[in-house]
Design a protein around this ligand. Structure first.
Ligand code: 13P
Ligand code: SF4
Length: 320
């Protein structure tokens, strides 16, 4: 049954000249039929480079918006319009402007896990992988960071700059407790603990490495260690195990499941391709401003640092 659906999906992808992207937190069966898997920004940048007419993004709404921001000439579809992100919903452009009116003018650094309308009001975007470098690339010493308070506090601990932070959070990462981590460490004392910077500060203090989802995949692959405790959403266990069949991965908690990330089934993917729904299109004025914030991030150079792989791909795509 699943094979038949997968075959139909592959045939429709070819017919529509479409590319299927799946975030690292998607259901295993969705990740397994995707053309590309990865973190949200990486996926959008790689998809922009292809000659596909259609991007089918299995992830949450802000990710499909980001794909549209960097690929305005492609049709971007999301299989489930109800796949949102509670953290992205914790900020609006109006609330951001009200906060800036209180604080006074200063640069705004916005995590890519945010609505396009908020990116459009921001100076520069960041990801969980480059947030410290982005903050350090700015000439200003004081800034506002949105919307994830945990990522903001993590960055504040790594820079001398004064960071005002937004009080948003990812409910899935924020619910991981020190008790959960200590129990996992006691059960697997040989394992290294990898934590996502969306976790609370007391969790990051217990981590052997603080990493984005792609960072975790890279770390586990190159580490000499054989076992790892994974402090992020449950879906990442699948690609970790797939690319490291001889290593062991343990969940830091059984409760780190993002319902929004799990909404999309392969049945939804098939329906989306048959009906070409649901299209995600950011209004052009918003898209252009949001694109500038994304572009500034991708062109930012940390003091004395060199550009990373995603930046190089982006620059080779857009600097013609
Ligand atoms: P990354 O894959 O960019 O680390 O993001 C984590 C996340 O929470 C996405 O929703
Ligand atoms: Fe949003 Fe957290 Fe779910 Fe990612 S895991 S989509 S940040 S709620």
């Amino acid at each position: 049954m699943r094979e038949a659906i997968a075959a139909e999906i592959r045939a429709l992808l070819a017919e529509r000249n479409a590319i299927l992207l799946a975030h690292n937190y998607q259901r295993p069966e969705v990740q397994d039929i995707a053309d590309l898997t990865g973190d949200s920004l990486e996926l959008s940048i790689k998809a922009a480079k292809t000659d596909a007419d259609v991007i089918l993004f299995c992830g949450v709404h802000f990710m499909a918006e980001t794909a549209n921001i960097v690929s305005p000439d492609k049709t971007v579809l999301i299989p489930r319009m109800d796949a949102g992100c509670p953290m992205a919903d914790m900020i609006t452009p109006e609330a951001l402007n009200a906060r800036l009116a209180q604080l006074g003018e200063m640069p705004v650094v916005t995590y890519v896990n945010s609505p396009a309308s908020v990116k459009a009001q921001s100076t520069i975007c960041c990801t969980s992988a480059n947030a410290v470098a982005v903050v350090n690339s700015l000439p200003e010493q004081e800034l506002l960071m949105t919307p994830d308070r945990n990522l903001c506090q993590y960055v504040a601990s790594k820079t001398s700059k004064k960071i005002h932070y937004w009080d948003g959070y990812c409910p899935i990462h924020d619910r991981l407790t020190a008790q959960d981590v200590l129990a996992a460490k006691a059960a697997h004392p040989e394992a290294l603990f990898m934590a996502h910077p969306e976790c609370r500060p007391e969790i990051l203090a217990l981590a052997d490495a603080v990493l984005s989802t792609s960072g975790m995949l890279n770390f586990a692959k190159h580490s000499e260690n054989q076992s790892f405790i994974v402090g992020t959403e449950d879906g990442l266990i699948h690609p970790l195990q797939k690319s490291n069949p001889n290593k062991s991965f343990y969940k830091a908690s059984e409760s780190m499941i993002c319902e929004d990330m799990k909404r999309t089934t392969i049945g939804d993917v098939l329906r989306a391709l048959k009906t070409m729904t649901y299209e995600v299109k950011v209004p052009e004025t918003v898209r252009k401003s949001a694109y500038m914030a994304v572009r500034r991030m991708l062109e930012a150079r940390p003091m004395g640092g060199s550009r990373n792989r995603a930046q190089k791909i982006f620059i080779s795509t857009y600097s013609s």
